[in-house]
Ligand binder design. Structure first.
Ligand code: ATP
Length: 264
């Protein structure tokens, strides 16, 4: 579904220093797979996602989505950002319908589709509100509805639940799981939370510190559907085993990058 081959990306800062954000990344994401990505801060997770979204150019390598090389953004891919990135002056309805409007979908159809999506994310009744009038969790629901409005084959999520409280995060995780269970699409989901990575993912990609590479891919053989009893899943021994393994691996990766102690 998504094939990333030999992807490298560097940034040149204003002072001329070059930061190698990604180096030789190979990754294949399966059709309708839910892939979660974990890695230390600054290892290039967002850069990887933006490249797949077609939002930034890269130096080397190829990205193919359903066999077609990525050359820029497209209706087959939608992105959900951590900071919601909604239009502050537009209503919930207009925010959700925005992508459809850009694609020339007529008003009646886009509003109908937007209303359905608003209902799907539990925001019926808030159509005429503006983002500033909503809580963080509600704003992220709008972000998700907006991303889904164009019926993408690929949903790219950059730490979407990082800015909301724990309870809201849990609700959003369950909602996302149930939307994905019903509508199936390929999801690449970045998170800083090991628990979240395991709870949601079919596989967890561990990225190493800069320059970002794929350190390991850990399968998550937990049963699906998972949305109906996330609590039971978290209490299972298999869940505990996988999260413990990820902890160990991330600790090892951290140790590898710690400067060696000087003797004496
Ligand atoms: N536009 C840019 N210009 C210069 N450097 C950049 C730019 N975008 C990212 N970088 C650098 O590239 C590296 C990777 O950044 P990226 O945001 O992809 O990391 P990340 O893994 O998503 O981090 P975090 O987990 O903290 O969000 C970082 O060192 C960052 O400073």
């Amino acid at each position: 579904m998504i094939e990333i081959r030999g992807l490298s990306k560097s940034f040149t800062g204003q002072d001329g220093t070059v930061v190698q954000a990604l180096q030789d990344v190979d990754l294949t994401v399966g059709e309708n797979e839910f892939l979660t990505v974990l890695g230390p801060s600054g290892c290039g997770k967002t850069t990887l996602l933006k490249a797949v979204a077609g939002l930034i150019p890269w130096n080397d390598g190829d990205i193919l989505v359903e066999g077609t090389p990525v050359r820029g953004p497209g209706p087959d891919r939608s992105m959900v950002f951590q900071n919601f990135a909604l239009l502050p002056w537009a209503t919930v309805l207009d925010n959700v319908a925005f992508g459809l409007r850009m694609r020339g979908v007529g008003r009646a159809e886009r509003e109908e589709r937007a209303r359905d999506l608003i209902a799907m994310v539990g925001l019926s009744g808030f159509e005429t509100k503006r983002p500033g009038e909503l809580s963080g969790g509600m704003q992220q629901r709008v972000g998700i509805a907006r991303a889904l409005a164009v019926r993408p084959r690929v949903l790219l999520m950059d730490e979407p639940f990082g800015a909301v409280d724990e309870q809201t995060r849990r609700l959003l995780q369950e909602e996302l799981l149930s939307i994905w269970e019903e509508h199936r699409m390929t999801v690449v989901f970045i998170t800083h939370s090991m628990e979240e990575a395991v709870l949601l993912g079919d596989r967890v990609v561990l990225m190493s510190a800069r320059p970002g590479r794929i350190a390991e891919i850990v399968p998550v053989p937990l049963e699906r559907p998972r949305s109906n009893d996330v609590g039971a899943l978290e209490r299972s021994s298999r869940y505990a085993e996988i999260t413990a393994y990820l902890w160990d691996r991330l600790r090892d990766m951290h140790e590898e990058h710690r400067p060696a102690k000087v003797a004496g």
